[in-house]
Design a protein around this ligand. Sequence first.
Ligand code: B12
Ligand code: SF4
Length: 497
Amino acid sequence: MNVLLLSMPDSFEHMPSLAIRMPNGGLTSIAGNVDPQHRVAVGDLVLVQRRVRETVTRLVRELNPQVVGLSVMTFQRRTADGIVELVRSLKPDAKIVAGGYDPSLAAEAYEGMDVDYLIRGEGEIPFRELLRAIERGDGVEQIGGLSFRSNHGWVHNPPGPPLRLEDGTIGLPNRGARVLKGYTFLGRQVDVVETSRGCTYDCSFCSIIEMRGRNFFTYSFDRVLDDIRDARDHGARTIFLVDDNIMLNVRRFESLCEAIIAAGLNKIDYFVQAMTSSIANHGATLGPLMKRAGFRYVFLGIENILEGDLKFLHASAKNTARDNNDGRSTGNATLQAIDYLHRNQMYVVGGLIVGNPDDTRESIQANLEFARRYVDWPYIQHPTPYPRTPMTKDFRDQGLIQNERLEEYDGTTAVVRTRHLTADEVEFLRWRAERWIKTRHVPAVFRHDPWFVLTHTPKMLAHTFRGSSIRSALGLEDDRKVFARYKAIREAERRYV
Ligand code: B12
Ligand code: SF4
């Protein structure tokens, strides 16, 4: 059968498609695990953000797919609905399957859409089984994690168990299936690689626990290195390790760094997400090792610098530094983690969440000031009530959700208020400060990729300062007016189909 897999084009403020266009790792993994007789094409629509309709139309005409799969996050639901309608109009008899975080956690929202199946949770095995069932005309009642229509409405089969990755049952991603070009991270071709799945923490804002439970499974290093080589052979010069929480097992991560070095794969730039506690508690050995392995950017889940906020986010444990001898808490791990990374010439992408229920102007300013002083690239977000997270319940119970338009649930649009500030005020404070903090990283990018900076800086600045005018640059216009224009531009950008 011919199968077309699409990821949604929607991106958010911190991922301007001008400079960052990353592949969807879930879809290539699914493509790598279907039976060999199928012809699969993967289209990452972020590569064609302003040509979605034409591109989907072309791909459907060229491939004539019997099955079309969509990968959807919550803020992409409206776009997904538009793409479903488009595919239906082009090929009415195609079977349409939706998967990813949103269909998994809000399956009921898809019952009204014109889709045939949902796959909840990990997709490799159920998607393979679904194709087999469609090909043979078999029933689908036994496929774990699948939802389907019956004469009596939607049926949601019980979920399958989380995949144990170590046993080698999941084949490598099929990067050759990609049919669109142009992946980039600041001018270098980028790819994504997984080394593990799952997390045993329970941060209240994170969807991971409802998605798959609290667990942690790892791929063998041989497989990880093969995957990195495959990404490199497909042109990648930067690799993002997209594990949910790679730092859960620091010893394993250290061995992985050693394996990357021993395999000579350390000429690639790596980007990884990390807990501050792991870096702070092991930085003396881990920092130099990461540097040697090629790590360049580390996304630190700092979340917030204030204890009260960390408590609300259930993120205190992963931000605690400990005494090496007796394991006693020695306070917040953030500064120490940043120091280790900087000492080893790595850049800190600072993940902070501002706009929590008790936040005041002062507490938000304190976090912004922290970002200004210590992080290289700010990745500041607002708490966003994604389906079924514990935080969503908290916000709903407290009546703080101000905006139910899911397409704005992109993390940088404030959709919840605090007890002291409106959502709009929270977003304004962050937006106003964050633009300037970002500009300070330009020289570091220049040293690494001068050509990219020379050719892209004007456009990047224009993007970062969208809404500004000559009058505002001269101080003749209030920032609030610029913010209003920025919001209007963002609103228009969100229409992809
Ligand atoms: C890496 C990552 C990123 C990266 C890379 C994205 C990329 N292009 O790959 C970056 C940092 C760029 C990113 C950005 C964002 N992310 Co993100 N990200 C993740 C993370 C850590 C891992 C995702 C991943 O690649 N996993 C590995 C792959 C193999 O798994 P997978 O994608 O889940 O796919 C499997 C299944 O979902 C399923 N599946 C997926 N699609 C499909 C499609 C079909 C047809 C089928 C059958 C099955 C299927 O099968 C796949 C294989 O098993 C997750 C989870 C986490 N712990 O935080 C968050 C997560 C997915 N991100 C999230 C969000 C919200 C975002 C942002 C909007 C902003 C933000 N708040 O950070 C942006 C938007 C990005 C954009 N387009 O602009 C949310 C989604 C929540 C939701 N309910 O939608 C998550 C869950 C984090 C959270 N807050 O809980 N993200
Ligand atoms: S540590 Fe990271 S992956 Fe784990 S629950 Fe918290 S935010 Fe989610």
